[in-house]
Design a protein around this ligand. Sequence first.
Ligand code: EPZ
Length: 418
Amino acid sequence: MDKILINGGKPLCGEVNISGAKNAAVAIIPAALLVEGKCIIENVPDISDVDSILKMIKSLGAKVEKSDCNTVVIDSQNLTSHIADPELACKMRASYYLMGALLGRFGKAQVPPPGGCNFGTRPIDQHLKSFECLGCKVSLDETFVNIDGDELGGGNVYFDVVSVGATINAILAAVLAPGKTVLENCAKEPHVVDLANFLNSMGASVRGAGTDIIKINGVESLHGGTYSIIPDQIEAGTYMAAAIATRGNVLIKNVIPKHLEAITAKFEEMGVTIEEYDEEVRVIADKPLKSIRVKTMPYPGFPTDLQPQMVVLLATVPGTSVVNEGVWDSRFQYVTELEKMGMKIKVDGTVATIEGGTPLCPSKVCATDLRAGASMVIAALACEGTTEISQLRHIDRGYEHIVDKLLAVGADIKRIND
Ligand code: EPZ
């Protein structure tokens, strides 16, 4: 079992290069199943969630080649099956994108309910509702969600909840469906826009992504091409938080500063200096920091996927901070691990109150999920002495070469096989 050992308490200084966005990649790779020609996808992060989704599309008959560790060539010409492998699908959340993609490609899909991080209930009712609004029949059996799209065509969908996954799944189902589709109350995350841009560059007609209303005119087919995935907003925010927690000075490269606005605003409110350039931001934490209140919300609000990293950062700042989780009903389960390091965090439902500035003590902690794992890395970097982090498979799902990137900014970190 691999472990990360971090001897913390040293300010991070230097440069970090941000990889392609995980949550865009895991949507764009299934979207390539809708395309008849070859798709060359660049800036794909080298992470295990990407490996899992590539395995899944290979098992359906897609040809997949990696021309380097960040470029994937997908040829779906000879796709053979509309039935997703249950063993592979239960390993990750994004397997649900095979529902929309296979439905669009074959007019039918059988996909098991998805796996992924455990934040309490994670329903997919809005995904299924969107398929029904596009004329499909949906039924569930012991293993599969079965979607029969004999009558698949354009339609109107009003999402009762703002959902990234449901918005993307509805786009995937509608792109090749005859007629016009209107989606209302859509998610506006950068990865929703990236998926729409990918599809449009292959010949689709998806308008309005990034706003509440998305309009799609079904086209007969999509052609191949080359597309480069946007930088990962959450990975960027994670390294910004690490730089601040260690009171460092780090240039975060290959980012879209607009996507970081909510994150930058909260760090500035804490007293951090952020310098913005075209594709880079510099984070300088050389002044005393203030405690703040944060509420996570769908984009353009403060992202829930940075909530654990923010909680750890605020635990290093004297005073009382409050973090309100506005997206998931149970995303503070990791706090018990942080308490082992001496953090004073009280959780009441979806609100965490952090008494910051208490001394941190090194400990053995367990990455309980992807972003919680990232928050433990930040905690260890901020804490004098050696902290040991286990269950790295969670971190490997979403952070490319995290040990190398942190070594490059001066962290005393190593990965060992115990
Ligand atoms: C995506 O999950 C991300 N995953 C999550 O990132 C992220 O936390 C989440 O969006 C919110 O930003 C991927 O992109 C693969 P949602 P998703 O549907 O699409 C409720 C990470 O760390 N809801 O936007 O599954 C739901 O319960 C991961 O990278 C319904 O009620 O999230 C939640 O409260 C973790 N019915 C809210 O909507 C539905 O049918 C938002 O969920 C769907 C969702």
